[in-house]
Design a protein around this ligand. Structure first.
Ligand SMILES: NC(=O)c1ccc[n+]([C@@H]2O[C@H](COP(=O)([O-])OP(=O)(O)OC[C@H]3O[C@@H](n4cnc5c(N)ncnc54)[C@H](O)[C@@H]3O)[C@@H](O)[C@H]2O)c1
Ligand SMILES: O=P(O)(O)OC[C@H](O)CO
Length: 337
């Protein structure tokens, strides 16, 4: 298959390597010319995926050349760059399948990436690829399971077969909203879990954040039209576990730095890569207000990120909330198990 990958950060690079090694004809667009040169002359992306041999994979800084004569276009840029990238290639597009790797909710519009794609490229099939998949491990061919989702089931199956390898197993799931929301919201909880680690709290605290976090994620997902059961899967609890516990996670690491006293700007600067959870916290906060969904962890994290509330105070005020039942009846009544 002729496949364009747009975006040469860590995940775009790991996926480009995977597809290239599988034998696809990969056209790899990277905006930063130094990274293009690094890959083309030294076979490595030292800035975003160091110590991973990319073999004879080649990159280009010309996005139009990359997209030309392809059947599939993979979006490897952060969520809030997707709109500008799609607009820049709109006139080059034919009937390619669009595969999105980004996990977030656009902060200015509160749209999922599938909604952005539908606005700009209404005729192209859209796939979301999500699940527990750190680039650093996929780059070493460590066994990994992910899920693809689309309104176009045939397109999902095509991408499942095209992307699967003996170390990268791709499932399909027809709940596009659930898969997108799961991938986006787990970054919020990972930031909070990292903050808990940075504050010196323990495993109990993190388990609590993850458990109550997946509940919040499922509630907002359901309000947006997702099947709550999707949050039991790879793009829900699976991605939540890996992101809250792995030191590969940029969101968790940024949270640790904030728990240790850095501001979100200082933490993001130190990480040097996209920390999707910062903007997604704002998006989810706004969506929860629109849909009247109680999301205490998200709201407290929003206060830390945007209202200068101290992380320790945020945890303390979560602990002092009114006593409650574990599950809201409205959620249990409607859950589709
Ligand atoms: N890193 C991972 O392990 C991983 C795994 C799964 C999903 N994701 C998701 O993939 C997305 C990308 O993550 P990443 O870790 O690769 O990020 P990154 O920070 O490593 O890289 C982002 C890349 O996008 C480029 N970019 C940004 N805006 C651009 C634009 N307008 N035009 C062209 N290039 C642009 C940057 O220059 C950079 O090369 C995020 O949404 C992330 O949540 C990451
Ligand atoms: O490094 P993070 O926190 O952006 O997480 C990367 C992936 O989403 C993990 O599946």
């Amino acid at each position: 298959m002729n496949i364009a990958i747009l975006g040469g950060g860590s995940w775009g690079t790991a996926v480009a390597r995977l597809l290239h090694n599988k034998g696809h004809n990969v056209k790899f667009y990277i905006r930063d010319k130094n990274v293009v040169e690094d890959i083309n002359t030294r076979g490595v992306n030292s800035k975003f995926l160091p110590n991973i041999d990319l073999g004879n994979l080649k990159a280009t800084s010309n996005i139009h050349d990359a997209v030309k004569d392809t059947e599939t276009i993979v979006l490897g840029v952060p969520t809030n760059s997707v709109r500008s990238v799609l607009n820049s290639i709109k006139d080059d597009i034919e009937d390619q399948i669009i595969v999105n790797l980004a996990k977030g909710i656009e902060v200015d519009t509160l749209e999922r990436v599938s909604q952005i794609s539908k606005e700009i490229l209404p005729k192209n099939a859209f796939i979301s690829l999500s699940g527990p998949s750190h680039a650093e491990e996929v780059g070493k061919d460590i066994p990994t399971l992910v899920v693809v989702s689309s309104e176009d089931i045939q397109a999902s199956k095509k991408i499942q077969h095209a992307f699967s390898t003996e170390n990268f197993r791709v499932y399909t799931n027809n709940d596009l909203i659930g898969v997108e929301i799961g991938g986006a919201l787990k970054n919020i909880i990972a930031l909070a879990a990292g903050m808990s680690d940075g504050l010196g709290y323990g495993d109990n605290t993190k388990a609590a954040l993850m458990t109550r976090g997946i509940y919040e994620m499922s509630k907002l997902g359901k309000a947006l039209g997702a099947d709550p059961y999707t949050f039991n899967g790879l793009s829900g609890i699976g991605d939540l576990i890996v992101t809250c516990t792995s030191m590969h996670s940029r969101n968790r690491r940024a949270g640790i730095l904030m728990g240790e006293g850095l501001s979100s700007e200082e933490a993001a600067e130190k990480i040097g890569q996209v920390v999707e959870g910062v903007k997604t916290t704002k998006s989810a906060y706004e969506l929860s207000k629109i849909h009247n969904v109680s999301m205490p962890i998200t709201h407290k994290l929003y206060d830390v990120l945007y209202n200068d509330v101290n992380p320790k105070e945020a945890v303390s005020s979560l602990m002092k909330r009114e006593y409650k039942e574990e599950m809201e009846e409205i959620f249990l009544d409607n859950i589709n198990l």
